[in-house]
Design a protein around this ligand. Structure first.
Ligand SMILES: Nc1nc2c(c(=O)[nH]1)N[C@H]1C(S)=C(S)[C@@H](COP(=O)(O)O)O[C@H]1N2
Ligand SMILES: [Mo]
Length: 157
């Protein structure tokens, strides 16, 4: 069973599974994410729910989103996205397929276009296996310019 590590400046480091996410209280579930983006399907847990669960230590400013699957990493300011972002984990009662970024896929509604902002579509990290809460900006290897970004998309096509 795939799991997701949550570490950093938190009270309760966690190794999170599909079952645990599905068992989180209803107030933390984001049902039917197509409400936010018609291209996306399934159910999520809110970032606020994850934060409540692990308990942030004082001074956390950045959220690290890591995928070891394809060595893709983003570190983004937490405050501006805390109330909106979510982690998609389920479609039709099953774990999210890797084809759409599963088993765990981060998503920020109303993101900016890739590499136009610190909070951009590139930060919607697919195959997330590690979430990290930090005080300072952490490791981030998102594309810096359109050439790098086009290259990334070309490799995935
Ligand atoms: N792990 C991982 N996440 C990623 C990327 C990637 O290459 N690897 N690309 C990003 C970029 S540039 C975009 S535009 C979106 C694309 O998401 P989609 O394939 O679901 O449309 O995922 C983002 N998340
Ligand atoms: Mo992109």
């Amino acid at each position: 069973m795939a799991s997701l590590r949550i570490t950093g400046e938190i009270e309760q480091p966690q190794e999170v599974t599909y079952e645990q996410l599905a068992a989180l209280p209803g107030e933390y579930q984001v049902n039917d994410v197509s409400r936010f983006d018609p291209k996306r399907q399934g159910d999520a847990v809110s970032l606020t729910g994850l934060v409540q669960w692990v308990g942030l230590k004082p001074g956390v400013q950045y959220l690290g989103l890591h995928s070891s699957t394809d060595d893709f990493h983003a570190s983004i300011p937490l405050a501006p996205i805390l109330q909106q972002a979510f982690l998609i984990y389920r479609v039709n009662g099953q774990p999210l397929d890797a084809k759409v970024g599963g088993p765990f896929r981060f998503y920020i509604p109303n993101h900016q276009a890739c590499h136009t902002s610190e909070i951009d579509e590139c930060a919607n990290v697919k195959f997330v296996d590690h979430i990290e809460f930090t005080q300072a900006k952490g490791w981030d290897n998102r594309p810096h310019d359109e050439a790098q970004h086009a290259d990334l998309h070309a490799r995935q096509a």
